[in-house]
Design a protein around this ligand. Sequence first.
Ligand code: NAP
Ligand code: GDD
Length: 323
Amino acid sequence: MNKSALITGVTGQDGAYLAKLLLEKGYRVHGLVARRSTDTRWRLRELGIEREINYLDGDLADACSVQRALLKACPDEVYNLGAQSFVGSSWDQPVTTGIVDGLGVTHMLEAIRQFSPQSRFYQASTSEMFGLIQAERQDESTPFYPRSPYGVAKLYGHWITVNYRESFGLHASSGILFNHESPLRGIEFVTRKVTDAVARIKLGKQRELRLGNIDAKRDWGFAGDYVEAMWLMLQQEQADDYVVATGVTTTVRDMCRIAFEYVELNYEDHVVIDPAFFRPAEVEVLLGNPGKAERMLGWTPKTSLESLIRMMVDADLVRVAKE
Ligand code: NAP
Ligand code: GDD
């Protein structure tokens, strides 16, 4: 019998790549989708899998809807990727962020505990929980110090996952993933904002790019590599927590330099610093140590930042040219 999986956040960047990976492995894929007034399936369309998913109505803020979806799907594996995932918006919508990214995890775990305790569970935790970093390279034992309502909500989601594993013996794992990007990244995140602008500037449709703190440093990887780590976590006999990262950190400034240079432009001619994009509290630097994932899961990142940015610029050049 083929395995089945329920993915919350299936219309997001990671949800789309994970759905593709699981379909390729022969899974039946169910996707929890919250009602929206606009079309949110563009990523699944771009990957050519829109029609291969069984969509189930549900919102992580609504415990009953989550229970219903779980009962309909009867999944072997549950990947909880749904979230208000934009750090910047979490100061404007702190309560929604807390309900969806924090309590939403409990809704999912409670549903599993009551109705499907054999289902394995993956929680999309984040390096944003390290925030004001307490060690130069962050790993599974580094203390957390979140710096945004998003980071605080995700920290609750992380600990409730650990707690349900320890309290009820659920196979519940938390992946502490560092930033990962792709051509399917939302336009509000800095890498995609940059690659989209690079394409527009190159094609004469835009002149400047307004950014905030370009001295911030991130450990950026490719989303397509990272969803493999999620799947590997749920194939282990014991559930556990893992850092997933590249072990390389780069400033936003250097990421811009790479993107502009790829199309023979100089970022300094186009980037304008705009305080409107500064955050009330910043995570200045993130640098992960993926040693445990390498040792226990046999996972290593395959894509360099340079090739990732080139892939994103190429995709945006095609999109912008078609407009
Ligand atoms: P994303 O592209 O923003 O996708 C988020 C998904 O969550 C979308 O499908 C969205 O649906 C869905 N969603 C939002 N609110 C919901 C709700 N109330 N109920 C059900 N679904 C809801 O994010 P991503 O980059 O794929 O990230 C996936 C997960 O990993 C998130 O939990 C994120 O916080 C976490 N994470 C991401 C990174 C990263 O660098 N990408 C790193 C660490 C952790 P709509 O399409 O309808 O809005
Ligand atoms: N978005 C954005 N827009 N960020 C900017 C800008 C800008 O104009 N200018 C500078 N930055 C800086 C931010 O201040 C931050 O330091 C860095 O670029 C990265 O910002 P984002 O791309 O928005 O990502 P993030 O690190 O805040 O959050 C992402 O990674 C987390 C994992 O560490 C998201 O994917 C989260 O969901 C994820 O958990």
